[in-house]
Design a protein around this ligand. Sequence first.
Ligand code: PLP
Ligand code: NAG
Length: 551
Amino acid sequence: MISITSFLLWAEHVVFTLVILWAVQTAFLHGLGGLVGQLLRFLKLTVPGVDSLIKSTLQNEVQGFINQVKSDPSRTSGQTQAAAKRIVVIPKTGIPPAELLKEMNAMKEREVAVMEEGKIFAYVYTQENDKLEQVQLEAFNLYTEQPQLSTHHDKLVLEAHHAFLHENALSPMVFPSLRKFETEVISMSANMLHGDGHVVGSLTSGGTESILMAVKTYRDRARKLFPHIKVPNMVAPVTIHPAFVKAAHYFGLELVTVAVDQGSQRPDMAEYEQAITAQTIVLLASAPQYCHGVVDPIPEISEIAVRRGLPLHVDACVGGYMLPWVEKLGYQVPAFDFRLPGVTSMSADLHKYGYTFKGASVVLYRSEELRKYQIFAYSGWPGGLFGSPSMAGSRPGGTIAAAWAAMRVLGEDGYTDIARQLMNARDKVLDAVRNIPSLQVVGEPNMTIFALMSADSKFDILVLADILENKGWKIERQQLPNSIHFTLMPHHLNVLDGFIADLKAAAEEVKANPGQSAGGTAAMYGMMAKIPDKGIIDDFIVEFFSEMYKN
Ligand SMILES: *Cc1c(COP(=O)(O)O)cnc(C)c1O
Ligand SMILES: *[C@@H]1O[C@H](CO)[C@@H](O)[C@H](O)[C@H]1NC(C)=O
């Protein structure tokens, strides 16, 4: 039943809505100066609900504008409402290469014409009218029916890359293929990480850029929602990736680190929660952390995030495209993704276990509302209205096409198959390590990344590292505690037996010569550890990089 009063309220609302609509449209058409602009600003400040009304009006305007200018056949034309988001998932089995080829060539054809004819006056910086090649069929013929990671995979991804080499994702209007690739990569990744249809994101140049963007997003969100916070901070286990320290440094935040247990490499939850202050704007965790491959206790951190009303970013840069398959294979993995209600954003690197070339990562947000804080806008430039979703201006089309092709051609089965081989390889190395009494695995690694440390105070792991280097292996040294790091990739599958043999021999050599200093990096790391003033070490690092990049 509708009472008279509620009808009157409703009617009043309709009239009011119409006034706002008219005001926004007028402002849109004639600029925000003048009386209308002032009226809008006044209403926005004084009347509740006007803000969201303006937002939905804006959305309709934008949608109308997009429908007018874009020629994307993948969406039906003539829609006035915001089109429903298309959900694209990683195919169960990889798309047959010939089919992918046809699809990519068809998309490319539309775009290559304007470039070939020299009709485009921005975005493309080529020498001559670009006679861009079609994606080569040969590469696809090399590709076997059952995609195994091999040089064939690289050839395929390379072809996709080359075909879109000169395209630029700076504008979402100019190259519809790139927009399709990007939104589909985001959709496939979001779905893989159990996001629902509302999860959105961006493709960036790498893990660091994804992390920079997430931190900037939360900073800008805090600026708007909590303007009283002067120096915002983030809370993270000390094993969080340095890209967050870099982001804090660039964007004027503080990173509060929580110690981890030396045995498990996991933070104590009470300590984690105690680190939260009134200035905290986002919580951080890794799945897994790079150092030792241990997944943080993300279900517990998610619970804190929900309880304290704080967002939570999960850095799945290295694990994002591996853990889902590891989990499917039946290994124990703590929940780490959008299944957890507290997780509001994630970063995941395609150029690691996504098996595409460097320059590709995704940052995902639980809602469009959140991602808006990431997008940069500037309307005052004489060169036109400027907007950009991430750090980069020009964005290479090749890496975007390559990332899309890699995901489509591997499919879930391809990824799972490689994950199975790599996990078996990891188990083999870890079993071998268990038979070397002076060595131990750090914590309980959850995927194909692990670290080894000494199990005996007289055994110097850094000396072992030097010996392995002398045998030709490139070894990553870590500190606090000293350890050596391993990230297993398909290119290790054929060399692991040799590595295990060298590891055993090197361990025996160290054991036979206790107190031996190999002189090399072990000595340098030893010296560094004794310097109490970390500022001096930072100066050393700056000096080192400055020297290294001299001609
Ligand atoms: C690799 C990595 C990053 C940084 O990614 P880049 O692509 O090197 O910039 C961040 N976090 C974790 C856990 C990583 O492994
Ligand atoms: C992975 O994570 C789970 C849950 O935290 C843990 O219990 C397990 O032991 C870890 N490691 C392995 C090798 O499964």
